[in-house]
Design a protein around this ligand. Structure first.
Ligand code: AMP
Ligand code: TRP
Length: 344
């Protein structure tokens, strides 16, 4: 069987507080790729327990991400939507990748350093090998493209390193078993557009994040229209009016962030936004941004609530997705077992 040429895979962790950065940096791109690619979107629940072992309500958090995918426009009938733990092949391939990846590669991962903080001796081994599971997610489906925010770039480079080492070290067997000169693709990241890195509304030097304690720092997909408007009104800014060109946003991270959010939500460039709002005060820009954010997010919010009112319905979508995913995953793992040389 040949390798797929246009298969997309991506994942989102069910760790609560799905926010505008997740939507603009990832989920909205997932939606856009559906017309041109075969897409597989996964709620990565196995990744969710790498940082905090005991999750408060993993089932509902998992449903909420699935609901957000569907409410944003992902069609689970045409594509695949499922949760990672239902497809055991991810864990099996992750083990094998633990043996492909080198200690030095993982030690360089900046996200581990950020998440483990000062007390890295006390971080779980799972947090350290997290990128191997992520590579396994992607390569179980031999996906060619992965839409993500900018913070995942290094993990995707590692995924390519793992694929390349596997292809290289097993080259003879891969050829002998009829898979040509490589088994895994060197997956391309899809990191582009205005919204690859949305920053906190309280501090333009920090990423908007699920785990930031201050809820005012992010716009959650579950926020009411009033909350969205309030958070934008209170977003930190400087006293200057907006500049009329991009150069004027340098050294003004909060202004830059709000302009990028406006650009991404209205699907125009930041230059275009500045053409319209250059010289205007935040007193005028913020209400326009709040209206735009509410206009785009309220329908998603409404549809998410509707889906979450029927948890069994969401579970059924995930189950059906897992069945479709397993059909692909079981073939890959059987071929990979052969390449390694295991019996059975
Ligand atoms: P996570 O919240 O870590 O599960 O991330 C899910 C997806 O959202 C990944 O593709 C991230 O790269 C993306 N993402 C997370 N935070 C941001 C952000 N502040 N700006 C843009 N993309 C983000
Ligand atoms: N590490 C990603 C994040 O934190 C989530 C993720 C897990 C993922 N597996 C993946 C993203 C596979 C893309 C492809 O955002």
């Amino acid at each position: 069987m040949g390798q797929p040429t246009n298969r997309v895979f991506s994942g989102v962790q069910p760790t609560g507080n799905l926010h505008l950065g997740n939507y603009l940096g990832a989920i909205r791109k997932f939606v856009a790729l559906q017309d041109s690619h075969e897409c597989i979107y996964c709620v990565v629940d196995l990744h969710a327990v790498t940082a905090d072992l005991v999750q408060k309500d993993l089932q509902n958090q998992t449903r909420e991400i699935a609901a957000a995918f569907i409410a944003s426009g992902i069609d689970p009938k045409k594509h695949i939507v499922f949760n990672q733990s239902q497809v055991r092949e991810h864990s099996e391939l992750a083990w094998l990748f633990n043996c492909v990846a080198r200690m030095g590669w993982l030690r360089r991962m900046t996200q581990f350093k950020e998440k483990a903080g000062k007390d890295s001796e006390n971080a779980s081994v799972g947090l350290f090998t997290y990128p191997n599971l992520m590579a396994a997610d992607i390569l179980t489906y031999r996906a060619t493209h992965v839409p993500v925010g900018d913070d995942q770039k290094q993990h995707l480079e590692l995924t390519r390193d793992i694929a390349a080492k596997f292809n290289n070290d097993f080259a003879e067997r891969i050829a002998a078993l009829g898979h040509g000169d490589s088994y895994f693709p060197l997956t391309e990241p899809v990191i582009e557009g205005e919204a690859t890195r949305i920053m906190s509304l309280r501090d333009g030097s920090r990423k908007m994040s699920k785990s930031e304690p201050s809820d005012m720092s992010r716009i959650n997909l579950t926020d009411s229209s009033d909350d969205i408007a309030k958070k934008i009104r209170k977003a930190r800014t400087d006293p200057e009016p907006l500049p009329d060109n991009l150069d004027g946003l340098k050294e003004r991270p909060e202004a830059d962030n709000l302009v990028s959010i406006f650009a991404a939500l209205s699907e125009v460039s930041s230059e275009e936004v500045l053409r319209q709002y250059g010289g205007k005060q935040f007193g005028e820009f913020k209400p326009a941004l709040a209206d735009l954010a509410v206009e785009k997010l309220a329908p998603i919010n409404r549809e998410m609530r509707r889906l979450m009112d029927d948890p069994a319905g969401v579970d059924a979508v995930l189950k059906e997705g897992a069945e479709k995913a397993r059909e692909i995953a079981s073939v890959t793992l059987s071929e990979v077992r052969d390449i390694f040389g295991f019996i059975g």
